[in-house]
Design a protein around this ligand. Structure first.
Ligand SMILES: Nc1ncnc2c1ncn2[C@@H]1O[C@H](COP(=O)(O)OP(=O)(O)OP(=O)(O)O)[C@@H](O)[C@H]1O
Ligand SMILES: [Mg+2]
Length: 578
């Protein structure tokens, strides 16, 4: 009987396995750099061409390989780093699976040149589709050079899934930052298409951070240190008051390995509790050192996920270490009196988990039972002068609330004046931004927004969208964007840096409805920063209150405030006295 099950060819097995280890050029960079580090290199050069799509070359001055090891290194499950099961319990090297080079050579053309201290001549090996095509002696210095060319040349489906050059290069830079920070004593040089991106001498951690992210980090980071029986903590946390909207500079290393841990990230952020806004992200460069037998790095093939035996204690120690540093350096927020009378939701409310409104209300309530309130046509009416009068009587209750009765309707409506105004201005702003009728305000002097290398790439990719919102970009010089005009709705010029950062976060999320979402962000920001005096509404006189209700009832979504809570509630006497 014919069998339908095939035993896969060695090459196919390798290619499937490679998918786990190598997802994109950045994964190759990570694996090659980790190998150079394990080989105790002091100098590492990385040459990239076309964002790694055509060439990734890593040259190191580490211990190199002899001829036999060089040949073996490309075979699956060959490693010099562990031997027995016990070794897995106490891994101190970056690599240990013996998989990276085998995976890489199954999805790209690889050229290896290597020599040890002892050998007179080195070894040159050329590999194509996992097969050695050339193997000959070569005269080189001690160390290893590996060139990986035309990644995924033999797997068109994977090649097709590579993203834009900018995005792939950004991913490479992310890996480069992770390794350059954790190994600040190693000299790195990074070139892209023959131009020099970074040349980093051996440095201490702080200097390395400054060389990568700019001089401003000199004042922006606070040292942290704690030694306990389960973990030693060292590094820097960014001043919480400088926290950014972008998630960029968050680096956590466990035994010098970069890890992603939402749990520990939470520990760091919660240490800054009252000093940091919910939607901002602190920067940090933190090293946890612990007994290798207390962690499991084998949870994910990329080794960026890690499992601690006693995660709860690590959480608490990390949190209190960060708190201590913030205490020592006496970071307290300065009060911004300019927003005292603003619509900004107080910090303590923003932080609390939103509760269901206690009063039940009908979201679709329409005082006249007319369908038209949610129609687009009607929302446009909002901006026409011949506004329809819906209000029969209106009465002020206090500074915040008023009641009204509508024409031809026997129920009473209570409304939150500020929230209603916010809703009106929010929708008005969205409309103006969407149809391009928003006015720009030109600044007397351009404002400089400074972004890191990754964020500037994201900005460049999306510059047109930002400009279409009303931002005027005068020039971009390296990591500085000079903005000479902003949408008229932006009132706080000081927040431009923050605004641009929050857009970049949205771009990174790769949202499909980007333009629409950005417009909502700008509109919300504008409304939040408004003070009552900046609006044309008069909330103490009957005519002003009537105008609020009339405008509100012309909104697309009239009964919900921009905080998603009701702003206009209807009470039917017959239902109340039931
Ligand atoms: N740059 C280098 N210098 C010296 N030896 C190297 C270098 N790169 C690789 N090797 C040798 O080749 C072996 C195989 O490398 P490979 O990256 O495939 O596996 P690994 O590093 O042991 O484990 P992992 O798959 O987790 O990375 C290594 O164990 C090491 O002995
Ligand atoms: Mg390796």
């Amino acid at each position: 009987m014919d069998s339908t099950i095939n035993i896969l060819d060695h090459n196919v097995i390798n290619q499937i396995a490679a998918g786990e280890v190598i997802q994109r050029p950045a994964s190759v960079v990570k694996e090659l750099l980790e190998n150079s580090i394990d080989a105790l290199a002091k100098n590492i050069q990385i040459n990239i061409e076309n964002s790694g799509k055509t060439l990734i070359q890593v040259i190191d001055d580490g211990k190199g390989m002899n001829k036999k090891d060089a040949e073996l290194s490309f075979q699956k499950h060959t490693t010099s780093k562990i031997k027995t099961t016990e070794d897995i319990q106490k891994i101190s090297s970056m690599g240990f699976r013996g998989e990276a080079l085998a995976s890489i050579s199954s999805i790209a053309e690889v050229e290896l040149k290597t020599k040890t201290e002892k050998e007179e001549v080195g070894t040159y090996i050329l590999i194509d589709n996992s097969k050695i095509k050339k193997n000959q002696p070569i005269g080189i210095k001690k160390g290893t050079s590996i060139s990986v060319k035309n990644i995924f040349f033999n797997i068109p489906a994977r090649k097709k899934f590579l993203k834009s050059d900018q995005l792939e290069m950004r991913k490479i830079l992310e890996v480069f930052y992770q390794i350059a920070i954790s190994h600040h004593n190693i000299c790195f040089k990074l070139t892209h298409n023959n131009s020099n991106l970074y040349q980093l001498p051996s440095d201490n951690l702080k200097q390395r951070v400054i060389k990568l992210f700019g001089k401003k980090y000199n004042e922006k980071i606070l040292p942290i240190e704690e030694n306990t029986s389960i973990v030693n903590i060292k590094g820097f946390i960014g001043n919480p008051l400088d926290a950014k909207k972008t998630r960029g500079e968050q680096f956590l290393f466990v035994n010098n390995r970069f890890v992603k841990s939402p749990y520990l990230n939470h520990a760091i952020k919660s240490a800054m509790d009252n000093l940091i806004n919910e939607n901002k992200h602190p920067s940090y460069f933190i090293f946890l050192n612990t007994d290798p037998s207390l962690i499991d790095v084998n949870v994910h093939p990329n080794k960026t996920e890690i499992k601690f035996e006693d995660e709860k204690s690590i959480y608490q120690i990390l949190q209190s270490t960060c708190k201590k540093s913030i205490g020592i350096y006496n970071i307290t927020p300065s009060l911004d009196f300019s927003i005292e009378d603003s619509f900004e939701v107080p910090l303590h409310i923003q932080k609390s988990i939103p509760k269901e409104p206690k009063l039940s209300f009908n979201k679709d309530y329409n005082p006249f039972n007319l369908k038209k309130f949610d129609s687009k046509e009607d929302s446009i009416k909002l901006f026409k002068k011949d506004e329809r009068n819906f209000v029969e009587t209106v009465l002020n209750i206090d500074l915040n609330y008023a009641v009204c009765k509508l024409i031809n309707n026997n129920s009473i409506n209570i409304f939150d004046k500020k929230k209603c105004i916010q809703r009106i201005i929010y929708e008005e702003t969205i409309l103006k931004l969407s149809n391009g009728t928003q006015c720009k305000q030109f600044l007397i002097k351009p404002i400089c927004v400074e972004l890191n290398d990754i964020d500037i790439e994201v900005f460049n990719d999306n510059q047109k969208i930002i400009e279409s919102l009303g931002y005027v970009i005068e020039k971009i010089e390296k990591n500085n964007i000079y903005i000479s005009g902003v949408p008229n709705q932006i009132k706080r010029i000081e927040s431009i840096q923050e605004d641009i950062e929050s857009f970049i976060e949205e771009f990174k999320l790769g949202n499909n409805n980007l333009q629409e979402d950005l417009i909502k962000i700008i509109a919300k920001k504008f409304v939040k920063n408004l003070t009552l005096n900046n609006t044309s509404f008069n909330i103490s006189e009957t005519s002003g209150l009537k105008s609020i209700v009339n405008k509100l009832l012309n909104c697309k979504n009239p009964f919900i405030g921009i905080d998603e809570k009701p702003c206009f509630i209807n009470l039917e006497p017959k239902n109340i006295f039931k």
